[in-house]
Design a protein around this ligand. Sequence first.
Ligand SMILES: [Zn+2]
Ligand SMILES: [Zn+2]
Length: 395
Amino acid sequence: MSPDLNSEVNATETTNIGSTEITKIQDQDQDPKFSDSTAIVDTLSTDFTFQHKIVWKNVIAYSIFHIFGLVGTYMAFSVYGKLLTSIFALFTGIICGLGLTVGAHRLFTHKAFKATIATRRVLMLMFILNGQNSLWEWIRDHRQHHKYSDTDADPHNASRGFFFSHVGWLLSRKHPLVFKYGKDIDMSDIEADSWIMFQKKHFLLIYVLISILLPCIVPVLLWNERPLLSLLIMYFGRATVNLNATWSINSLAHISGMRPYDKKLFPVQNKFVSFITLGEGWHNYHHAFPWDYRSAEFNTSVRFATTVIDFCAKRGWIYDLKFAKEESVKRRIVRTGDNSHPKYGNPDEFKGTETLWNFWNSPSNPTYRTKDYKPGPITITREGYVLFDNEKKVK
Ligand SMILES: [Zn+2]
Ligand SMILES: [Zn+2]
């Protein structure tokens, strides 16, 4: 599927990623009696008796990193550092955010648009500046998150609560199903990109040079910032803010908000998350239409990353943008939404789908439920399609 610039994509078309596949299957098979080719081979949900094994060296490493990060963030707002360093940290943070949203997320993971080779390389460098995982690993995790959302095969299964989906998943051993289903994620397009594979192979060296040294050396060389202060503000402080903003998409944007597009999907619409992530918090829409380059409905406020994509598209750096027709979005809202949509919803029917929090239940195995949502199970068919069990009941 590769439409021309600004062409429209019907909501029932499919990509390899995300819940759009579910829509296609559903449209083909109104009475879901599975034929042989779609026979069920596995069922996924969340096993709340499972205790994640805590990895203490990660707990210590992330704790120390966050202590330095808090000190660095404080320095950025204090009189200790130079004003130019603080402004540069903010600028770098936005560049890093765009590398994540426009690059790693919408271009490389979801293939929501195409980009010239030069644009791909620049976006990849902007992503590396963040100092997160290798781009390959980031994409694999996120594709897996969409395919097996909020089950034990999702690396940051939000059914386990705020803490686990925010950072707990990085402090504990992965669930065995994450390993099992992670192997099946199609990464062929990514593995064909020699730059991405080069970064995966030489991750540590590139991390030290681009994620630490490059942003820290600029304030020292250009306006004589003290090296230690530059390290605290430009690396620890800036990275801590960027990391927590990114993690909030996996935690807050799966927990606190409405579900106007699909009430059976766990992710929600969250304006605060959109603000701190340059427009990635419209997460119920994004999980309903993962291939839409806007990651939000047309005319949605707080959409800085989309504005940047539009800017690049006008100059020909980005092309073949995919987005859902309003008619398709409307059909989805009427069919599966929670009635909270301001235009196509029905306030009289809206019963509220805000999640009930249970943050402190158990740090390694927190549980909580929405008022009308029971996580999973997801059904895996022989052809590799993923079906939410409760999706089949949608009329
Ligand atoms: Zn998500
Ligand atoms: Zn996504």
